[in-house]
Design a protein around this ligand. Structure first.
Ligand code: SF4
Ligand code: SF4
Length: 375
């Protein structure tokens, strides 16, 4: 029987108590459109044999949204079984070329986007930000996608403007920053993840970082829940800005007469129970009417951007979940879909184009809405 870290899958993930009830598969946003079936994979993992995994290209369809984990009546972790199976695919070099390139780039460049480390801080060239060596109350950990993606760079820039308006004392690592590893672990590359974790903890310690604030729920999640030896407190930016709002330091004065609907990111909402802070920030903007999806908070539907899906061509067919969400938002009368995650930004912007709703609905990060309310 194949083992993972010297244990069988059944032992490692305590799978012997699985009821085969199928709640995990029933709740999986991909199972209707793909051969992905967490219930079946748990069963296969119990009877595990290397060959069972090797032809399963659809294992890369999993977004690691963790809905299967939340729905399981036995508190099992089907998502971790899938990540473990991906680790075996990596060991056997049965990896889609795009995933392989993302992993190699992360090893070589410190980011999965194939970009040069020396260009990581280009987005901030005009902003005269403090560097971590100068010391600050917060380290703003920017993340790979806000640092390099031209659309998401505007989120980082907006956040800087809002931090300054709210009097947040912060610094950045600039070109010393490297990938947090959240997606790397979920793609199954445990060794690379551990290397990134050790490097990042060392950098944070060297600069005496006590508080980290992130743009991305994915970076937040991995620092908060998975980094060993990290002493710093970790915040998603919506938490920090909500505190500044409550203390009267973030003043939202300009009116924005728009109907706004909020997409809960899986790594902020479902996986870390941060539901209220993003909503409070949006609804505190004068003139904004906050709408809700029927399926919101714990029941929210994944955008399909997590778990390495930004680098893996899905085998899933049919309408993507982000397209379904855009159609639902339009039907509810929303003019803006507010997001709080770089991957939601990219998947939803793509979905607006695919559904033909350009000009009818916009996608904005909460930080971009806040900029409109302070300036
Ligand atoms: S929900 Fe839990 S108990 Fe039910 S089939 Fe899935 S893993 Fe097994
Ligand atoms: S983590 Fe999400 S996408 Fe992956 S198997 Fe579980 S429910 Fe499906």
């Amino acid at each position: 029987m194949e083992t993972i870290d010297g244990e069988s899958f059944g032992e490692k993930y305590d799978l012997f108590v699985c009821l085969q009830c199928g709640k995990c598969t029933g709740s999986c946003p991909l199972s209707m459109r793909s051969q992905l079936s967490p219930r079946k994979h748990v069963r296969e993992a119990l009877l595990f044999d290397n060959e069972v995994v090797l032809d399963k290209e659809f294992l890369w369809d999993c977004t690691t949204c963790a809905t299967c984990r939340l729905r399981c009546p036995r508190d099992l972790q089907p998502v971790e079984v899938i990540i473990g199976m991906r680790s075996i695919l990596i060991e056997e070099a049965k990896v889609p070329a795009t995933v392989q390139e993302a992993l190699e780039s992360t090893f070589k460049n410190g980011n999965p986007w194939g970009r040069a480390p020396s260009k990581r801080d280009e987005w901030a060239a005009e902003l005269s930000l403090k560097s971590a060596s100068e010391g600050a109350e917060y380290l703003y950990y920017v993340g790979c996608t806000p640092a390099y993606d031209p659309r998401v760079q505007n989120v980082a820039k907006s956040l800087v403007r809002v931090f300054k308006a709210a009097g947040v004392d912060f610094a950045i690592l600039g070109n010393e920053e490297k990938c947090c590893g959240n997606e790397i672990r979920r793609m199954g590359e445990v060794g690379l993840f551990e290397m990134l974790m050790e490097d990042n903890v060392e950098i944070f310690e060297n600069y005496g970082v006590e508080r980290i604030v992130t743009s991305s729920p994915h970076c937040y999640n991995v620092f908060k829940n998975e980094y060993e030896g990290l002493k710093a407190e970790v915040f998603h930016y919506t938490q920090l800005l909500c505190e500044k709002l409550d203390n009267g330091l973030l003043k939202l004065t300009k009116e924005l007469k728009k109907k706004v609907i909020y997409q809960d990111p899986c790594f902020l909402g479902k996986q870390n129970k941060i539901f209220e802070e993003p909503r409070k920030l949006i609804s505190s903007i004068p003139g904004v009417e906050l709408l809700e999806y029927d399926r919101e908070k714990e029941r929210s539907v994944c955008c399909e951007g997590g778990g390495g899906r930004m680098w893996a061509e899905a085998t899933a067919t049919g309408e993507r979940t982000a397209e379904t969400r855009v159609k639902e938002a339009v039907a509810l009368g929303a003019e803006i879909i507010a997001v709080a995650c770089p991957f939601c930004m990219l998947t939803f912007e793509d979905a607006v184009k695919m559904t033909g709703y350009e000009g009818k609905i916009e996608v904005k990060d909460i930080s971009e809405l806040l900029v409109e309310a302070i300036e």
